[in-house]
Design a protein around this ligand. Structure first.
Ligand SMILES: C[S@@+](CC[C@H](N)C(=O)[O-])C[C@H]1O[C@@H](n2cnc3c(N)ncnc32)[C@H](O)[C@@H]1O
Length: 314
C-alpha cells in the first residue's frame, strides 16, 4: 500500500526501480479519477490502462500479465502516463489517443476518420463462424459500412482464399481503411458506395455493422461518442432505416445460397417488436455484445414486403 501511495503521488520516478505492475497501478488510478466514460469495447479504467500498456510495451495482455515484475524504462513510463493524461484532458476515446486498436487479434490504425472498432463480429471471425456458416464454402465476401475496414480486413487476413471487398459512403473512412489494408498486407477491393449503389457483384457472404442509433439516443450519448463521425452512428426511423434497407436490398447482392450477417446492437429488441412476424436468428456471444443476426437469402426474400412497408412508412 505504501508503494502504491508513493507511485500515485510521484508521477515521474527516476531513482527507484519501477515495474510494469507499478505503471499499471498508476495508470489505473489516473484513469479512475478522470471522470471518463469507458465504452468503445472497454468496460472500465482497468481495461483502458491495459490498452496503454499493450501499446507502450508492444505486448499482448498475457505477455504483460506474465512480466509484471519486469523493470520499466523511464521513457516508457513517461509515455504511458502521457497517454493517460491526454485521455483525461481531451475525453477522446482511448483508441483515438493511442492511434491503434486491437480487433480480432489484429492491430488496426484508428483515428476520427472512422468509428472505433468494437463489433462482437470479431468473435465470430476468431471462431471461424462456427455454427453460423460453413466458411470454407465462402469464396466472396463484402463488408458493407466498413469504417476502418476492421471486419473485411480481418476476414481477408484469416481466410486468405476468400475474395473480400469493402464498401462505405465516407471517403474519410475509406482512406483509413486503405491505410489498414496496407498495414495488414491484404488484397481487398475498396468501393465508395451509398449502401449497395456502386456494388456490382454478388457475394456468398455480406457482413455489415451499419449505423443503428436513433437521433434521441445519440443526443444522450457521453462525449466520447460525439468524437466519432456521426455518420457512423445515426440512422433515421429510430435507428432502423439503414439496417432495414440492407435487409431489403441484400438479396440482389447475395449468391443463391448466400448469407447476410447484420449487426443492430441494442436495437435488437426494437427490430423484434417492429417485425414480430420475422423469426430473427440472434447470435449468442461469449465475450460480450449483442444484436447480430443471420439471414439466408431465402429468408430475406420471404419477408421483403414487410421491409418495403416499413421503409415506405418514413
Ligand atoms: C457503425 S460504423 C461501422 C464501422 C465498422 N464496420 C466497424 O464495425 O467498426 C458504420 C459505418 O457505416 C458508414 N455508412 C453510413 N451510412 C452509409 C451508407 N448510406 N452507405 C454506406 N456506408 C454508410 C459510416 O461511414 C460508418 O463507417
Amino acid at each position: 500500500m505504501a508503494l502504491y501511495v508513493f507511485l500515485v503521488n510521484n508521477p515521474i520516478v527516476t531513482s527507484e526501480i519501477v515495474t510494469k505492475e507499478h505503471v499499471f497501478i498508476q495508470l489505473h488510478q489516473l484513469l479512475s479519477d478522470g471522470k471518463l466514460f469507458h465504452g468503445h469495447g472497454v468496460i472500465d479504467a482497468e481495461d483502458e490502462a491495459m490498452m496503454i500498456m499493450m501499446t507502450v510495451f508492444h505486448q499482448s495482455v498475457e505477455e504483460i500479465l506474465s512480466s509484471g515484475s519486469s523493470p520499466v524504462a523511464v521513457l516508457e513510463r513517461k509515455k504511458a502516463i502521457e497517454f493517460a493524461q491526454q485521455r483525461i484532458a481531451t475525453c477522446q476515446p482511448m483508441a483515438y489517443v493511442l492511434g491503434v486498436v486491437n480487433f480480432a487479434g489484429l492491430a488496426f490504425i484508428i483515428d476520427n476518420r472512422a468509428l472505433v472498432p468494437r463489433s462482437p463480429i470479431a468473435e465470430l471471425i476468431l471462431n471461424k463462424f462456427k455454427n453460423i456458416i460453413e466458411i470454407e464454402k465462402v469464396d466472396t465476401a463484402l463488408d458493407l459500412c466498413t469504417g476502418s475496414g476492421c471486419i473485411g480486413i480481418s476476414v481477408a487476413k484469416y481466410f486468405q482464399e476468400i475474395q473480400c471487398d469493402i464498401a462505405d459512403i465516407s471517403s474519410e473512412a475509406l482512406s483509413l481503411a486503405t491505410d489498414n489494408i496496407k498495414k495488414q498486407n491484404v488484397k481487398i477491393s475498396v468501393i465508395k458506395s451509398d449502401l449497395f449503389q456502386n456494388v456490382v457483384k454478388s457475394y456468398d457472404l455480406i457482413i455489415s455493422n451499419p449505423p443503428y442509433v436513433s437521433n434521441d439516443e445519440y443526443n444522450e450519448l457521453p462525449f466520447e461518442y460525439k468524437c466519432e463521425p456521426k455518420l457512423g452512428l445515426v440512422a433515421e426511423q429510430d435507428g432502423l432505416k439503414i439496417p432495414v434497407q440492407i435487409m431489403q436490398d441484400a438479396p440482389r447482392y447475395l449468391t443463391e445460397s448466400g448469407t447476410l450477417i447484420l449487426e443492430v446492437g441494442y436495437s435488437d429488441e426494437l427490430l423484434d417488436s417492429v417485425f414480430p412476424q420475422i423469426p430473427f436468428q440472434w447470435i449468442e456471444f461469449s465475450n460480450g455484445g449483442q444484436g447480430v443476426c443471420v439471414f439466408t437469402r431465402k429468408i430475406l426474400l420471404e419477408y421483403q414486403h414487410y421491409f418495403k412497408e416499413f421503409l415506405e412508412s418514413d
